[in-house]
Design a binder for this molecule. Structure first.
Ligand SMILES: NC(=O)c1ccc[n+]([C@@H]2O[C@H](COP(=O)([O-])OP(=O)(O)OC[C@H]3O[C@@H](n4cnc5c(N)ncnc54)[C@H](OP(=O)(O)O)[C@@H]3O)[C@@H](O)[C@H]2O)c1
Length: 319
């Protein structure tokens, strides 16, 4: 296929960590090419063979679809401009995730809606892993709504974006490990809650504590699930296997637990389970691992774009 036959894709916020990942994935995509790429402070620089333009100067007419990796609070304005110019769009920020204007693009659970969507809100990184882990259990009524689901999650530093800040200096994060947004104050929690309820009817309490892990990329979530009844290892693994049979981007581990090395640079959520012993009421520990920049952001956006354009869902992706 020559470049002219490829679908032209506009990338807003291409110089950020997520935007750079979008450019890298699009560079090897068999059916899509970059129509333009934007930045703010770094406009004018070159990246992956593209000179970065200011977002307000983006030549929208050159793109068939626009992907926005702009900061939340900034993204909506440019996405609305792209929509007003008649372009389909995928917003990777949080700006439309709780809005009825967009289809929430957790691909595994919204494929037909994504295919028809004019605007897709790409899920957050922590929510993608948590939801892939919890929805199958919640749909089967296995989570006890009278007790809390506890999600302890750790993310590599690219999760905080590329804008410099003192607390993200190498000297601050290296050889350290810390919790942040404790006490259920992280902005991803309402997204997890709302989606879990919509997809499964489960409205019990969630306690979500993110941590900053001094690696570049990757998220590991340890999810403590209170069960309505006992579930042994084989049954829990079988349940996930059945829920995700045929899904190219979800991997269920058997008799083992995933770690970051199983997911970095891949568009994949990896799941592993362990029943909890020596407790009075049944409980399951689920481990979910994801690359925050791939299945947690740019990769899932390409997966959604492929579905919207009728291309092979994993085109340009390594799951
Ligand atoms: N990082 C993750 O793991 C992750 C995962 C899922 C979703 N997200 C979401 O994806 C989006 C991008 O995240 P990121 O981590 O890639 O952020 P980032 O590294 O801070 O990049 C932000 C991008 O937007 C540009 N930009 C900043 N302010 C702008 C403005 N006022 N007008 C126009 N452009 C502006 C930046 O240009 P310059 O570089 O020139 O300043 C850069 O290209 C965010 O909404 C974030 O919440 C991030």
């Amino acid at each position: 296929m020559n470049n002219n036959a490829k679908v032209p894709v506009g990338v807003l916020g291409a110089s950020g960590y997520v935007g750079q990942e979008l450019l890298r994935l699009l560079a090897r995509h068999p059916g899509a090419s970059v129509a333009f790429a934007t930045a703010d402070a770094t406009a004018g620089e070159w990246l992956e063979g593209h000179q970065l333009l200011k977002a307000e100067a983006a030549p929208l007419e050159r793109a068939e679809i626009v992907l926005s990796a702009l900061p939340h609070g900034v993204s909506a304005r440019y996405v609305n401009e792209a929509r007003a110019a008649g372009k389909r769009a995928i917003d990777l920020s949080a700006d439309f995730r709780l809005s009825a204007e967009a289809v929430y693009g957790l691909t595994e659970f919204s494929r037909p809606r994504v295919a028809r969507a004019e605007l897709v809100a790409n899920p957050g990184c922590y929510p993608t892993a948590a939801l892939i882990a919890l929805i199958p259990l919640a749909r089967r009524g296995l989570i006890d709504p009278s007790r809390e689901v506890v999600i302890d999650a750790a993310s590599g530093v690219t999760g905080a974006g590329r804008n410099p800040s003192r607390e993200l200096l190498f000297g601050e994060v290296a050889e350290d490990y810390r919790a942040y947004a404790v006490g259920n104050t992280h902005r991803h929690l309402p997204e997890v809650r709302a989606t879990l309820e919509r997809e499964s009817g489960f409205a019990g309490d969630l306690v979500f504590t993110p941590h900053l892990l001094p690696v570049k990329r990757g998220i590991l979530e340890t999810i403590h699930v209170p069960l309505t009844g006992a579930l042994d290892q084989g049954a829990a693994e079988g349940l996930y296997e059945a829920a995700y049979r045929g899904e190219p981007c979800v991997q269920v581990f058997h008799g083992a637990l995933p770690s970051l090395k199983d997911v970095v640079y891949r568009n994949r959520v990896a799941l592993g389970v362990a029943p909890v012993e020596q407790v009075r009421r049944p409980r399951l520990t689920v481990i979910a691992a994801i690359d925050n920049l791939v299945k947690g952001a740019a990769g899932q956006a390409i997966q959604n774009m492929n579905v919207m354009l009728g291309l092979a869902e994993t085109a340009g992706l390594v799951c």
